[in-house]
Design a protein around this ligand. Sequence first.
Ligand code: IMP
Ligand code: MG
Length: 180
Amino acid sequence: MNDDIECVLHHETTILSRLDGMARDIMRDYRGKELTVVAILQGGLILMADLLRRVQLPLQIESLSVSSYHGGTESTGTVTFNQTRLPDLNGRHVILLDDILDSGRTLHAIRGRFEAECRPASVRICVLLRKRKQRACVVEADYVGFDINDEFVVGYGLDYRGRYRNLPYIGVLKPEAYQS
Ligand code: IMP
Ligand code: MG
């Protein structure tokens, strides 16, 4: 797996110390509130584990499986909910947790359904990465780990065709890795 990586954007130690800061921001904002964190699977899984162990607040954890890529490196624009049941978020302050904000369509669709169907007290968005895009993103993130250039990255939860999620760092794939 490591041989397929062109360059490392953020090493594990850098990611973890950034998570310390994000956890502090979340603790400042949610102390005394009924917090539920919803991780978007599969990409948000590693972030959830590392970030939430740093958040010293009572909270509930939920997850939601969606697909927006269907295997390639471009978002298809359609977000498929892989489960019919939505979490019970009635009256809860919700943080949606995902690996990356690209076009924003995925998180926009999820937040829209939560607000329409789950009666949350509030919904905020937390991502590890945000791509600097030419076109405006359809949602604003409230907590962001790192801004990155508009290139395809893997590792730390992010995949290409289901691979590389378990790399401990965030890296850019070599072009030949797309062809194989
Ligand atoms: P959006 O709906 O365009 O914001 O896409 C968000 C989803 O696309 C994320 O949850 C990721 O699963 C996936 N994605 C976007 N950019 C990348 C990338 O550079 N590498 C891997 N997955 C990505
Ligand atoms: Mg994802």
